[in-house]
Ligand binder design. Structure first.
Ligand SMILES: Nc1ncnc2[nH]cnc12
Ligand SMILES: [Zn+2]
Length: 335
């Protein structure tokens, strides 16, 4: 099954580009940009990746992002991720970035978007990997900062398809961003939000009703509310689940306790994603393998994660059909 999982066409829908910053590139950029970081080696950096919850990870994640200064840095970061996508047979990816993590440090919004976008352009032309870009608001910052970020995105509407919501879930309810999301929708942005990762199932219901989002990032705590799970199934509301992330951040203690395969078998539109692979020890193939090791599946079930991700993606119906055909042809040859 390992070879099947490795070569299966995959679609990633939950990936923070800042979370793909590998220790080697972090050290290289720190040196290149003369930024002081509290680490002297790759081993020292990896040793610091012992998280006990979401916040302990976010502290390290924002500190890591401080080495990103120039457009070329954002290009290098994104290009390195796309090369990993190629290894894992990721054929389409929808990438988050956190503009406020950079603009708060005095980096221009344009610098960030232009660097990422240039790499994504090269990704389609040289690697055949298609992509979309989604900007996330940091939920620990205030509404005014989010509105300000939305206004900076106006000049880049051709490059940014949607808005999302990430960072500290507990204590920062969806209601804080209801007006920002309303304006983003009026401006034509698609919407997603992290919910039900650390916070309870009611955070998912609240995000759905207040932010009018079309898919939920994480959402694994939905199983605490049976009527919510019914709603997710009936309305085909996708969950972008990140199994290795959930283990590292102690959402589940062991992969055997993870509910993703149970949700798949119940008919929820669940997908497998890597979230912040440089910090959580695995990209797409690693996440699929970890799930299958703990919850053995047949080939049809494993491929369903790709079909679900295609359905949940923000590409056009004709592009969805093309991605489906690529995956279907692969599956038929493998059966
Ligand atoms: N797993 C996660 N949850 C919330 N915010 C994040 N930012 C990056 N990764 C995140
Ligand atoms: Zn995330």
């Amino acid at each position: 099954m390992k070879k099947f999982i490795q070569s299966l066409p995959k679609v990633e829908l939950h990936l923070h580009i800042e979370g793909t910053l590998e220790p080697e590139l972090m050290l290289e950029l720190a040196q290149r940009n003369s930024i002081n970081i509290p680490f002297n080696s790759v081993d020292e950096i990896r040793d610091a990746y012992n998280f006990h919850n979401l916040q302990s990870f976010l502290d390290i994640y924002f500190q890591g992002a401080d080495v990103l200064i120039h457009e070329q840095d954002f290009f290098d970061l994104t290009w390195a991720y796309l090369l990993r996508c190629q290894e894992d047979n990721v054929i389409h990816t929808e990438i988050f970035f956190d503009p406020q993590a950079h603009t708060e440090r005095g980096i221009l919004f344009d610098t960030v978007v232009n660097g990422i976008h240039r790499a994504l352009d090269k990704g389609i032309s040289e690697l055949g990997i298609s992509s979309k870009l989604i900007m996330c608001f940091l939920r620990h910052l205030d509404e005014e900062s989010a509105f300000n970020t939305l206004s900076q995105a106006q000049a880049h509407k051709d490059k940014i398809i949607g808005v999302g919501l990430d960072s500290t879930e507990i204590g920062n309810p969806a209601s804080k961003f209801e007006r920002v999301f309303k304006q983003a929708i009026e401006q034509g942005f698609l919407t997603v939000a992290h919910a039900g990762e650390e916070g309870p199932a009611s955070n998912i219901s609240e995000a759905l009703s207040l932010l009018q989002i079309t898919r939920i990032d994480h959402g694994v705590r939905c199983t605490e509310d049976a009527s919510l799970v019914e709603q997710l199934i009936a309305e085909r509301i996708p969950l972008t689940v990140c199994p290795l992330s959930n283990l590292k951040l102690k959402v589940f203690d062991r992969m055997e306790q993870h509910n993703i395969v149970g949700l798949l078998r119940q008919g929820v539109c669940v997908t497998i994603n890597s979230d912040d692979p440089a910090y959580f020890g695995g990209y797409m193939t690693d996440n699929f393998l970890a799930v299958n090791n703990a919850h053995p599946m047949n080939k049809t079930e494993i491929a369903q994660f790709t079909f679900n991700a295609i359905e949940a993606s923000f590409v056009s119906p004709s592009e969805q059909e093309r991605l489906r055909q690529v995956t279907q042809r692969f599956l038929e040859l493998e059966q």
